[in-house]
Design a protein around this ligand. Sequence first.
Ligand code: NAP
Ligand code: MG
Length: 406
Amino acid sequence: MDRIKVETPIVEMDGDEMTRVIWKMVKDRLIFPYIDINAKYFDLHIKNRDRTDDQVTVEAANAIRKYGVGVKCATITPNSERMREYNLKKMWKSPNGTIRSMLDGTVFRRPILAKNIKPLVPTWKEPIIIGRHAYGDVYSNAEINVPGPGRAEIFFSPSDGGETQKKTIKTFTGPGVIQGIHNTNESIRSFARACFAYAFEQHIDFWFSSKDTISKMYDGRFRDIFEEEYRKNWVSKFKDANIEYFFTLIDDAVARIIRSHGGMLWALKNYDGDVMSDMIAAAYGSIAMMTSVLVSPDGYFEYEAAHGTVQKHYYRYLNKEDTSTNSMAIIFAWSGCLRKRGELDGNLNLVNFANMLEESAVETIESGIMTRDLILVAEENINNIKVDTEGFINAIAGRLNKKLAR
Ligand code: NAP
Ligand code: MG
């Protein structure tokens, strides 16, 4: 069979540990044998980020701006342990944080469903999709360690020389800590727009939640901008599509989500989305079944798995022990990236390939062939068989080959 020719490049960002091992297997067995594509390669391995003073991350983000679509492997966000482990010059920032702040936008996380993996919440019949704002808040904060008594203030001085606004945060009588966070109306608005557009395109209800009863100005700003966007651009479209926009407090939303049937987009601020998406992923079966895409307001797309580098499995792999690491989210990152490239370029063959790859992957699980994380939660069946990391990818490749031969 001829490989599918793709004219426009994509951006490929390699990463760390177990996901780096899987990355190569997925490329070698499931992508490049079938697709003739120019993947602009950026190596975000922790040592290469260290060597380039993290310039490679910035270059990768710029390349996504140039080519429009990228796919990223999980990467280590260094902490003090990692500094020692890899002998790093600096505690480099999270690459995802860097890329998100350069592209702005919203991260949509969607669980991959298989018939034999039942969600832990029995009422959930449809996927719950998280729309996570990917800009600002604690991810680009300023923090100060307060050593002892003193006054902490927050102030803003306008560039045009207008009057400075000032408030006291706290008059400390002993040690403590303070933090300043921000957001911009522009970023909040593009977050709102991306979510309304996504819900409309997917034909699903749209929930947004924040804590505007406590954070009247900060969270209130989010609520107001969402409401404004809704009134201005979406009321009649949503009505015609028979879908709903619903704002509620985050604690109320959490309680309602647990009792829901799923099938909605749930938009959350940056930190709320970070936490809730891991909970939702676990409840749908495994963190390895959660896909993630960053949609920027300028029309750039970055696909990745929601999980990390699976460090524990990697150490086992280095010890030549068997690993059974689930590659689903990594495969879906690649298929998502290829599908989007195909849609943007009008390359129907590429779109079809992406669909077939995803079908092959889900059908493999539904036939009972699974990695350890899923075997533990799958419906019991005598056909269920636990395979290792490579065996799972090979099983998918076998199915894909059969599908393509038809
Ligand atoms: P993790 O890599 O997501 O793994 C946590 C645990 O979840 C694993 O030990 C494993 O559980 C399970 N798991 C995750 N992915 C799996 C998969 N594909 N198949 C099977 N099981 C899977 O999180 P972490 O260990 O906290 O973080 C490791 C590194 O990843 C850190 O350095 C962190 O900075 C980085 N990280 C990167 C990203 C990103 O680039 N997007 C996101 C999060 C974290 P069991 O051990 O029970 O099998
Ligand atoms: Mg997280």
